[in-house]
Design a protein around this ligand. Structure first.
Ligand code: NAI
Ligand code: MG
Length: 351
C-alpha cells in the first residue's frame, strides 16, 4: 500500500514525539511492505513565527493532497500574549473546521503496569478499554450566541444529518471493537437529545450485531468513575463529549499514553496525542512518545484499514511497558527512565 501523510510537528515536545512516531511508522512500513510518503508543514506557534498565521494556506494545501495528517502539539509561553487570531490553538480549531473532521475519537485503555498512576482503585481501572466518540463540529459551541447586559444565551442546534453521520460512525467503530454502544444524552430535558435518541433508535436496525443502550449524561458521569469497565463505545454530542472525554482521560492516569483521532466519513483524519506541547520538558529527551505512537496506530486502523499493522504497534507498546521500560513521566523508584529515543528504540525492536 502507498499512502501520503502530512506531518505537522508543531511546538514544544511536538517535534520530539512526532519524530518517534514517524520512526515507528517507517518500521511498520518496512515490516509489512507499505510505502508511507511523508511531507512536513507548519502549524501553531511554528507557523506563526514563519508565516504570521497559525494555519498557513500552504499547510492546508499539503493536507488536502494527502491521505491523513499526523500532528504533534501546539502552543507555549512564547505566544501566550498574542491576539486571538494569532494564537497557536487557532490553528487546531481551523484545521478541524477546514476538513470537516466531525468525529473525535478518544480511546482509553488500561496498561496494567501503569495503573499505579490511576486515581481509581486498581480493580476498578484494570479492565478499562473504552472509546469516547464526540461530535466535534456542531451543537452549542457553534450555535448562535447572544449577549444583552445581564442576559446571555447559546443556541444548541443539531440537524438529523449531523446526528446520523456521527451515530453511523460510532456503530461502525463498535463493530470493529466489542459490539457495544452507549449513546449519551439528556433526553429527559433537551429537545436536541430527543432527536439524538430517535436517530440512534432508527439506526440500530441497520446494525443488529451491535448492542445499544441509552444513558443520561449525569448518570454516565458517575458510572465512568464507579464502573468504567462497563463501556465499549460511548457516543455523544459536542459539549457532553468534551466533558466526558476529559473525565475518561484520567481513569488510567497517564496523559502521555492517550492517543486521539478526528475523522470524517471518507476516513480522512487528523491523528494527535491528547496531551499538549509540554514546554516544561521540551528539548530534554524526556517526552513520552507513546500517545503519538498510538495515534499512528489509530491512523493505520481508521484511515488505511490496516488492522494487523495497527494491532502490532499497540502490542509492541504494551510489551515495552510490561517489560518495565518507561520514560521519566512514568518511571518509578528503582527503574531508570529511558529517553524518548531509547524508549522508541524498544518499541521498534519489538516490531
Ligand atoms: P500539557 O499536556 O502540555 O502538559 C501537562 C503536564 O503533563 C506537563 O507537566 C507536561 O510536562 C506533562 N506531559 C504532557 N505530555 C507529556 C508527554 N508526552 N510526556 C511526558 N510528560 C508530558 O498541558 P499544559 O501544560 O496545560 O499546556 C502546555 C501548552 O500546550 C499550552 O500552550 C497549551 O495551550 C498547549 N496545549 C496544546 C494542546 C494540543 O496541541 N492539542 C492540548 C493541550 C494543551
Ligand atoms: Mg476539553
Amino acid at each position: 500500500m502507498e499512502k501520503k501523510i502530512t506531518v505537522l510537528p508543531g511546538d514544544g515536545i511536538g517535534p520530539e514525539v512526532v519524530a518517534s512516531a514517524v520512526r515507528v511508522l517507517q518500521a511498520i512500513g518496512k515490516r509489512y511492505n507499505h510505502e508511507f510518503q511523508l511531507q512536513y508543514a507548519e502549524i501553531g506557534g511554528a507557523a506563526i513565527d514563519q508565516y504570521n498565521n497559525p494555519l498557513p494556506d500552504k499547510t492546508i494545501a499539503m493536507c488536502e493532497e494527502s491521505d491523513a495528517i499526523l500532528l504533534g502539539a501546539v502552543g507555549g509561553p512564547k505566544w501566550d500574549n498574542n491576539p486571538p487570531e494569532l494564537r497557536p490553538e487557532k490553528g487546531l480549531l481551523n484545521i478541524r473546521k477546514t476538513f470537516d473532521l466531525f468525529s473525535n475519537l478518544r480511546p482509553v485503555k488500561a496498561f496494567p503496569s501503569l495503573l499505579d498512576a490511576s486515581p481509581l482503585k486498581r480493580e476498578v481501572a484494570e479492565n478499562v478499554d473504552l472509546m469516547i466518540v464526540r461530535e466535534l463540529t456542531g451543537g452549542i459551541y457553534f450555535g448562535e450566541k447572544h449577549r444583552d447586559l445581564d442576559q446571555a444565551s447559546d443556541l444548541n442546534i443539531y440537524s438529523r444529518a449531523e446526528i446520523e453521520r456521527i451515530v453511523d460512525n460510532a456503530f461502525e467503530l463498535a463493530r470493529l471493537r466489542r459490539g457495544k454502544l452507549c449513546s449519551v444524552d439528556k433526553a429527559n430535558v433537551l429537545e436536541t437529545s430527543r432527536l439524538w435518541r430517535e436517530v440512534v433508535e432508527e439506526k440500530k436496525e441497520q446494525y443488529p450485531d451491535v448492542e445499544v443502550e441509552h444513558n443520561l449524561v449525569d448518570s454516565v458521569a458517575m458510572k465512568l468513575i464507579t464502573n468504567p469497565g462497563h463501556y465499549d463505545v460511548v457516543v455523544t454530542d459536542n459539549m457532553f463529549g468534551d466533558i466526558l472525554s476529559d473525565e475518561a482521560s484520567v481513569i488510567t492516569g497517564s496523559l502521555g499514553v492517550l492517543p486521539s483521532a478526528s475523522i470524517r466519513s471518507d476516513n480522512f483524519g487528523l491523528y494527535e496525542p491528547v496531551h499538549g506541547s509540554a514546554p516544561d520538558i521540551a528539548g530534554q529527551g524526556k517526552a513520552n512518545p507513546a500517545a503519538t505512537i498510538l495515534s499512528v496506530a489509530m491512523m493505520l486502523r481508521y484511515s488505511f484499514a490496516l488492522l494487523n499493522e495497527a494491532a502490532e504497534i499497540e502490542r509492541a507498546v504494551s510489551a515495552v511497558f510490561e517489560d518495565g521500560y518507561f520514560t521519566a513521566d512514568l518511571a518509578k523508584g528503582d527503574s531508570r527512565a529511558l529517553t524518548t529515543d531509547e524508549w522508541t528504540d524498544r518499541v521498534i525492536a519489538e516490531i
